[in-house]
Design a protein around this ligand. Structure first.
Ligand SMILES: [Zn+2]
Length: 353
């Protein structure tokens, strides 16, 4: 394959441009393709755990988004802070954080709005945080109901919502989208409008990512156990009820919580998607039947009056507790052995991304 796709291809006029790239990178692309096909066929045969893997797709050098991965022989971080990459040279970098170890590879991405990002694969040390406990030494727990009216609500009724500027930016995005669709195909104005839209998209997505990172970091730092509903279906069901701007973010929210919980030694419990968390009274356990979304508060015959989202969050937390008990018996949560002596410095550290 390498002979056909690299060595021989370079000699043809259509593929002569391949000579502009570093050789080992082309070899890596062939190896990546091999791995992708292997994963695809294993997945077809059922020999691969997890989600179904699709067939590899072609990429084009004319795509708006471009990525290139350098192995250690293709790049070096210079003492000056510049990044030297093969065939290109030393490139100035605005570092978002220090590298904790020597990187084993770097991926340079060019986005649709013409920005370049370098992302390094590094070995990270132990980042376990001291246990999050309250004044009685009990684990701090959080049950979150992902809502329609707010991003999420916890068991105390506290609302986590995305900031106003994000919603404003999303409206602006819609406006630019409309402006683009009115422009003549192939016209200069259309090209300009597309560029504007790409820039606005990038801005909204950056802002959302930044907000999600901040929200998940503080949740993971402040709580020992975090309980969420399985999003896969509840998200879908909600989409049918009310198309929520949060739908796309919830997946990222959960992924970030998973990553950070694992990294900092917290427990994330995902409970069964079929539990009727918004229909059950969190005081007496009575299941009261489906409630339309417009019902924000409801009384239970036991005397309790419930805020819909807060009640759901309380049920989610209770289900998460039950799940933990089943999984590991009472009170055998693995203690990660982190000592408290670093609490001050670690807690005040800037949120890691
Ligand atoms: Zn009740």
């Amino acid at each position: 394959m390498q002979k056909r796709l690299i060595t021989d291809a370079k000699k043809t006029p259509e593929r002569a441009w391949l000579a502009n790239a570093q050789h080992s990178m082309l070899q890596q692309a062939v190896r990546d393709c091999d791995q992708a096909y292997k994963n695809f066929f294993d997945s077809l045969k059922g020999a691969r755990a997890g989600r179904k893997v699709g067939a590899p797709r072609f990429k084009s050098r004319k795509d708006n988004r471009q990525a290139i991965r350098f192995q250690p022989d293709g790049f070096r971080v210079l003492d000056t802070g510049k990044l030297r990459v093969s065939k290109i040279g030393a490139v100035p970098v605005a570092w978002s954080r220090d590298l904790p170890s020597a990187p084993s590879s770097v991926t340079v991405v060019k986005t649709a709005d013409d920005r370049y990002f370098a992302s390094f694969v590094v070995e990270a040390g132990d980042e376990t945080l001291p246990d999050a406990v309250d004044e009685h030494g009990q684990d701090v727990e959080l049950g979150l109901d992902l809502g329609v009216s707010a991003f999420a609500v916890d068991q105390h009724g506290r609302v986590i919502d995305d900031p106003r500027f994000l919603r404003r930016a999303e409206r602006e995005l819609k406006r630019l989208q409309r402006a683009l669709s009115r422009k003549q195909r192939g016209s200069n104005n259309r090209r300009k409008a597309r560029k504007k839209l790409a820039r606005a998209h990038a801005k909204v997505s950056d802002t959302r990512q930044d907000w999600l990172h901040q929200a998940t970091t503080s949740i993971v730092r402040e709580n020992q156990t975090i309980v969420l509903e399985d999003l896969a279906v509840s998200g879908l069901a909600r989409t049918r009820l009310a198309k929520s701007v949060h739908d796309a973010s919830w997946g990222t929210f959960r992924r970030l919580l998973e990553e950070k919980a694992a990294r900092y030694g917290r427990e994330l419990v995902i409970i069964d998607r079929w539990l009727p968390t918004s229909q059950t009274c969190s005081d007496c356990g009575r299941v009261d039947g489906t409630k339309p979304l417009s019902v924000r508060t409801w009384p239970c015959p036991c005397g309790a009056t419930h805020d819909r989202d807060r009640n759901a969050a309380r049920n989610i937390l209770a289900a998460g507790r039950a799940e933990r008990q089943n999984a590991c018996g009472p009170d055998v949560r693995p203690h990660t052995g982190a000592d408290g002596d670093e609490a001050g410095t670690q807690r005040s550290a800037a949120p890691a991304q």
